[in-house]
Design a protein around this ligand. Sequence first.
Ligand code: ACO
Ligand code: LMR
Length: 237
Amino acid sequence: MSSIVEQGYGVGDVISLLWFKRSLPRYCTHFMEICIMLCADHGPCVSGAHNTIVTARAGKDLVSSLVSGLLTIGPRFGGAIDDASRYFKDAYDKGLTPYEFVEGMKKKGIRVPGIGHRIKRGDNRDKRVELLQRFARTHFPSVKYMEYAVLVETYTLSKANNLVLNIDGAIGSLFLDLLAGSRMFTKPEIDEIVGIGYLNGLFVLARSIGLIGHTFDQKRLKQPLYRHPWEDVLYTK
Ligand code: ACO
Ligand code: LMR
């Protein structure tokens, strides 16, 4: 680590070495750093932040509050990056049209990972997704997986306005382009990375920054024990 710092490298280079076991070109490390900044926080109302806030307000310590939030990261929230990369890769490599891919997923009863959002819409796109796409179109040698994901989004948006390409889908498809286009990975290595599922790690790492901030906010503001409004959870027949 000391020699990395002495050579002026950044956190993207540290991730390259520790996760991918090699130095990656600057545009790749910059891309990872942008992902981390963009995913660091999305306000106090999302699943992870909510859990962290409730835990901090129950008087628990930093680590407990942090992991409480992290435990919500999964297939619906923040942890759809790996599955998005798996499904987009499989569909693209098989030459499926977006129609065939999306309708095939529907038949299997699987929601397309990386598509859909609670508040983002076709007419209220996610700025984070646009920023990542702009960066990749400028710096990546190829964005074929991302362009495929965009075609999938065009099709899903024709079905419903909430079915946008979300930040997980953008990172999942763009990371495929990073892995394939950088020529730094063999095909079996790409399959291994996608198969094991490295990419949710980016969201976990990033969102930890925000969740730690939410913990400190609650402590600093001396917030009392949280109790949820009844009407929000009352079960009715
Ligand atoms: N693929 C196919 N259909 C979908 C998808 C999807 N990814 N997402 C929603 N729909 C459909 C639903 O089936 C539903 O139709 P139905 O009522 O006829 O069943 C309709 O769209 C409305 O869906 P809701 O359940 O109201 O959407 P909700 O807002 O609850 O879900 C969520 C949002 C969880 C993100 C959902 O879109 C989803 O599961 N997406 C895939 C997982 C994913 O990418 N998660 C990461 C989100 S980004 C982030 O967390 C940082
Ligand atoms: C996030 O980054 O937390 C989200 O995209 C999820 C959300 O509902 O905002």
